[in-house]
Design a protein around this ligand. Structure first.
Ligand code: URA
Length: 422
């Protein structure tokens, strides 16, 4: 891996290795060696001097998944440092970096030295994978993308963990999405990925806890970039949609326990509720925005975020029950509006997207509003309408959606999530 990072091993040999791993898999020790090699191909954050727990969250990605934007300032406001390294949207899923960059002036390209200073002062830095971190992974990921070897669990686990371990974490929480809009839709593949990353963390002294959460419908109401930032600000002010808050509190509780500031998940939940109701969590987001060059006034006045030229309501075509709000179709529809990428080099329009108020299981009448389309122009509105017609299915009856949180996975194994866990 080190020789590959510096160009001494050619792409064609590495492509052959990636394909072999795809077919045959890797054993625990081999995944560990691969992760180590990618981790040590670059720099790592040394944050021991903070004398604080340092916990990040990683999501396998979805549509409307703005949890990171709420969770990072919330957990930092509760006393755990959050060195959060996120990615950009690609394919049908959105990316935290793109969402953050819809805040005027916000910069995510901090150097490791700048991120360290911000972690010392604010307990949180929201950054992208810098050139310094795991360069072998960066190169291998691009090669996997070009050789159809992305969807191998050992390769995914080593790729994610090499970057996470470079953050100098004392704990990591995973949000593994399942359902039609997820990167790995099937439950058994999600559980295997969770277990593989938990083992990798354990072998590197970094405890990892995973929650399996639903991505058979979008999370929250807003799906786009600026409109997701606005929903995240509302959540930090205590006005977030119930599903977004439930997932945020569940992941946050794990982070506060792993970070050593809460005795258990109930204690953690109370601390987070106080951080929100006191305004501390929203104030911390404002400080982070200011430190990273953004306009901090968006927290008090979200109308300062980019606004779409055209806004139109989408209504139900018939009476019935909302049987499906299909996230993959919504994600592709955002890209069609100009709000997502099909190629890494594409630029995006932060103002476009959908706010979808209809939830699976809702009983609706013809003419009732289900969603709002945010578009650049009339052609965008037409494309948005076509997306919603395809994505929101109204029927005479509906199957129940997936449980919002279905499993909690630790080194001890996977347990079903119950209402008592909330
Ligand atoms: N995200 C990563 O960082 N790596 C993968 O291989 C897949 C998702």
């Amino acid at each position: 891996m080190n020789q590959y990072a510096v160009g001494e091993v050619p792409d064609y040999q590495m492509a052959a290795l990636a394909m072999a791993i795809c077919f045959v898999g890797l054993e625990r020790e081999e995944i560990g060696s691969l992760t180590d090699a990618m981790l040590h191909s670059g720099a790592t954050l040394d944050l021991d001097h903070l004398h604080l727990g340092r916990v990040d969250k990683h999501s396998t990605g979805g549509v409307g998944d703005k949890v990171s934007l709420v969770l990072a300032p919330l957990v930092a406001a509760c006393g755990v440092a959050v060195p959060m390294m996120s990615g950009r949207g690609l394919g049908h899923t959105g990316g935290t970096l793109d969402k953050l960059e819809s805040i005027p002036g916000f910069r995510t390209d901090l150097s490791l030295a700048q991120a360290t200073r911000q972690l010392e002062s604010l307990g949180c830095a929201l950054i992208g994978q810098t050139r310094e971190i795991a360069p072998a992974d960066r190169k291998l990921y691009a090669l996997r993308d070009a050789t159809a070897t992305v969807e191998s669990i050992p390769l995914i686990a080593a790729s994610i963990m090499s970057k996470k371990l470079a953050e100098g974490l004392t704990g990591l929480v995973l949000d593994v999405k399942r359902g039609s809009g997820a990167f790995l839709p099937e439950l058994d593949r999600g559980l295997t990925l969770a277990r593989t990353m938990i083992e990798l963390g354990a072998d590197h002294g970094c405890p990892v806890v995973a929650l399996l959460t639903a991505m058979d419908r979008p999370l929250g109401r807003a799906c786009g970039n600026a409109i997701e930032v606005e929903e995240s600000i509302m959540a930090l002010r205590g006005e977030g949609p119930a599903d977004l808050m439930q997932v945020t509190y569940a992941l946050g509780a794990e982070m506060l326990v792993l970070g050593g500031v809460a005795t258990d998940r109930d204690d953690a939940r109370r601390r987070m509720e106080v951080a929100i109701s006191s305004g501390r969590a929203a104030a911390r987001f404002q400080q982070i925005i200011e430190a990273q060059g953004g306009d901090p006034a968006v927290v008090d006045d979200p109308s300062r975020l980019p606004e779409a030229a055209e806004v139109e309501l989408f209504t139900a075509g018939r009476d019935g029950v909302v049987a499906q709000v299909e996230p993959r179709t919504i994600g592709r529809g955002i890209t069609a509006l100009g709000g997502g990428r099909t190629r890494v080099a594409d630029t995006i329009d932060p103002s476009v997207g959908f706010v979808i108020t209809a939830r699976p299981g809702d009983v609706v009448c013809a003419g009732e509003p289900l969603a709002t389309i945010f578009a650049r122009d009339a052609a965008g509105v037409a494309s948005g309408r076509a997306t919603l017609l395809e994505a929101i299915r109204i029927a005479d009856d509906a199957e129940p959606p997936l449980p919002l949180i279905s499993h909690r996975v630790t080194e001890a194994g996977a347990q079903r999530w119950t209402d008592d866990d909330c």
